[in-house]
Structure formats: structure tokens, C-alpha cells
Design a protein around this ligand. Structure first.
Ligand code: ADP
Ligand code: MG
Length: 146
């Protein structure tokens, strides 16, 4: 298993592609201040726990990287919280404890295959985070200290 790593900050606006194009909203965080941490970890899909200041702690699956399908020019941090929210939470403090790695970033021949893969990633994260090895981090004080 990975050593867990920690990223936090206010939820910022991305390109609006997560929910609008994919049906999968991702709460973007600024990569500023995290260049060393991001350089240390390969681009790809990770999972862990997300603490939202006023709402609690949720499972999350996250893409770190360049989003080859969309040909981004900057590395992005984009967690999908595995919970249904009734409203957006831009500007709220979001804390992440990243505990596991699922797969490297990949390009996909179609949007449908990308969406299917992300749902598969979500199921892997859901199950993995139930394991004692990973579930214990749900109580990490960092998630609730904002
Ligand atoms: P953006 O490109 O601005 O990040 P998205 O289409 O990716 O837009 O939508 C992300 C926004 O949707 C988040 O910033 C958050 O406010 C909201 N949101 C609602 N539900 C979720 C969720 N389950 N996971 C992540 N973000 C969510
Ligand atoms: Mg997003």
C-alpha cells in the first residue's frame, strides 16, 4: 500500500466538463503548492477519503494528471466524491487523504469507454475503502480540521 498523502484547499472551478460532459462531477482543487507532491506521484487514478468542511467525510476516487482525452495543458486534481449531493459546493474547503492507486492515466477511444472505466474505478474505490487497511483513514483528523 501507499503511504497516504494529503491535499486540501477550496473547491475551484474547472472546465465544467466533469458533470456536463461525463455525468461525473469532479471537485477540482488548485495544484498550487502541491507541485512536489504531484511530481512524486504518477498521473493516474487514486482513491481515498474526502472531508468537506460542513458536510462530512465521503469516499472518493480521483484523477491526477493531464486528462489525455481532453488534452489538458496543466496537471489537475479532480476528486469525484462517491455521494449524491443536492447542490454544488464551490469555495468550500475540501480535504483529501489519498490512500491507494488504481491505474495509470489512459486515453480512450470514445467518451462511452471513458465513462464506463470511471464507473469501474468508482466501484473499485467503494470496495477497497471498506477494507480495514483503508477504512481507518476515514477518521484522519486532517479531514475534519478545516
Ligand atoms: P468543474 O469543471 O467546475 O469542476 P464539474 O462538472 O466537474 O465542474 O462539477 C464539479 C462541481 O460539482 C464541484 O465543484 C462541486 O461543487 C459539485 N459536485 C456535486 N456533486 C459532486 C460530487 N459527488 N463529487 C464532486 N463534485 C460534486
Ligand atoms: Mg471538475
Amino acid at each position: 500500500p501507499l503511504d497516504p498523502w494529503y491535499i486540501g484547499g477550496p473547491v475551484i472551478k474547472g472546465f465544467g466538463r466533469g458533470s456536463k460532459v461525463l455525468g461525473i462531477p469532479t471537485a477540482n482543487l488548485s495544484a498550487k503548492g502541491y507541485s512536489d507532491l504531484l511530481a512524486e506521484h504518477p498521473s493516474g487514478v487514486y482513491f481515498g477519503w474526502a472531508g468537506l468542511s460542513s458536510r462530512g467525510v465521503f469516499k472518493m476516487v480521483m484523477s491526477i494528471g493531464w486528462n489525455p482525452y481532453f488534452d489538458n495543458k496543466e496537471k489537475t486534481i479532480e476528486p469525484w466524491l462517491l455521494h449524491k449531493f443536492d447542490e454544488d459546493f464551490y469555495g468550500e474547503e475540501l480535504r483529501l487523504v489519498i490512500v491507494g492507486y488504481i491505474r495509470p492515466e489512459a486515453n480512450f477511444p470514445s467518451l462511452e469507454s471513458l465513462i464506463a472505466k470511471i464507473h469501474e474505478d468508482g466501484e473499485i474505490a467503494e470496495k477497497a475503502l471498506e477494507l480495514p487497511l483503508y477504512s481507518s483513514y476515514k477518521n484522519d483528523p486532517y479531514l475534519r480540521s478545516s
